[in-house]
Design a protein around this ligand. Structure first.
Ligand code: FCA
Length: 332
């Protein structure tokens, strides 16, 4: 009896009784971080920043590459078996939404999405899952504005310029990004008829290369080209395809989205390529902040904001160092 009173008082003194944390104090926190394309530098960077959060907060981070629905489902079961309490995910397919939500619930895991937002059976975003994404349409507009400014600076006649719009319409954030870019170009006076859609089968350089090649072959009338896509890899595919047809830095302007290693390597080449710029987004926010939000949710029961949309900044090889510094990415 005496012992019970003592324990109760001790618990009350530390606030445990009145502000019960969701995880037991003794449980080590374990958080999964699932990404759809682990080979892509953007996702490597997200993981790197998530590791920083893990070190700072003292939780275990379980990094899992999950390029298919089956991989996602088995990864969630696996996390549950390892006694993880939650996970952050960039899904390989947003339509897996209801299945992922049900699986996480059945396994008793908290979840939040990053980059790509889950949709329900009718294609609407699943608003009940906390999400951090980019402000896709506005970032796309920054791409289109940058392309239009460069076309004007070079004094190109817009009727001689083709635009390769590398699309991936299965993914809403991709649609928003490329639509933003097209809208900004058209608003700057670019002829809509000169926008050539090039659908990629997967969001990587190889698939963008194949799509862009077809667009170039079918449109020999253009003297110059610009290109955009949902990410840097897509634009790099278009730039490489254009190079293969003789359109080098003088006649090709590509602006990507991301700012990870693929773009940085391009800027480090001794002479400029058709990869003119990138809108740098923040793997720090998408990796470190998401996993810290998940940690706070597990530790303190504090649910993350339901929707956070991050911004980006256009960088070219001339100012990339400065822009990275402004975005808090310089030391990485
Ligand atoms: C999507 C893209 C990635 C990256 C991320 C922020 O997941 O596929 O390349 O741009 O959004």
């Amino acid at each position: 009896m005496k012992r019970r009173i003592f324990l109760t008082l001790a618990a009350a003194a530390t606030g445990v009784l009145f502000n019960a944390p969701v995880a037991q104090a003794a449980d080590p926190v374990k958080i999964g971080f699932l990404v759809k394309q682990p080979e892509e530098p953007w996702f490597q960077d997200e993981w790197k920043f998530a590791e920083i959060a893990a070190k700072e907060q003292g939780f275990t981070l379980v990094k899992i590459g999950a390029p298919s629905g089956e991989k996602v489902m088995s990864a969630i079961d696996n996390l549950s078996a390892q006694k993880a309490q939650g996970f952050v995910i960039c899904t390989p397919d947003v339509k897996l939404g209801p299945g992922i939500v049900a699986k996480a619930k059945a396994d008793g895991l908290k979840m939040m999405t990053v980059d790509d937002r889950l949709v329900d059976g009718s294609g609407k975003p699943i608003a009940s899952v906390p999400h951090m994404g980019i402000s896709a349409y506005n970032i796309g507009k920054q791409v289109g504005d940058g392309l239009a400014a460069e076309i004007k600076k070079r004094g190109w006649d817009m009727k001689d310029v083709g635009a390769i719009d590398v699309t991936y319409n299965q993914l809403p954030t991709a649609v928003d990004r490329t639509t933003g870019a097209t809208d900004a170009l058209v608003a700057a006076g670019f002829p809509k008829a000169n926008v050539v859609e090039a659908a990629q089968a997967k969001t990587d350089t190889e698939n963008a290369f194949n799509a862009a090649n077809i667009a170039l072959t079918k449109n020999p009338q253009f003297k110059h080209w610009v290109a955009y896509a949902l990410n840097d890899e897509g634009v790099l595919g278009a730039v490489r395809a254009a190079e293969g047809r003789g359109f080098k830095a003088d006649n090709m302007v590509g602006i990507g989205i991301g700012g990870s290693e693929s773009a940085m390597n391009e800027f480090k080449k001794p002479s400029p390529t058709g990869f003119y710029g990138t809108v740098i987004i923040s793997p720090k926010r998408h990796g470190e902040e998401t996993s810290t939000l998940m940690y706070d949710w597990i530790k303190q029961g504090k649910e993350p904001p339901m929707l956070t949309l991050t911004t980006g900044m256009l960088a070219t090889r001339d100012n990339v160092g400065e822009v990275r510094e402004k975005m808090g990415l310089a030391s990485k």
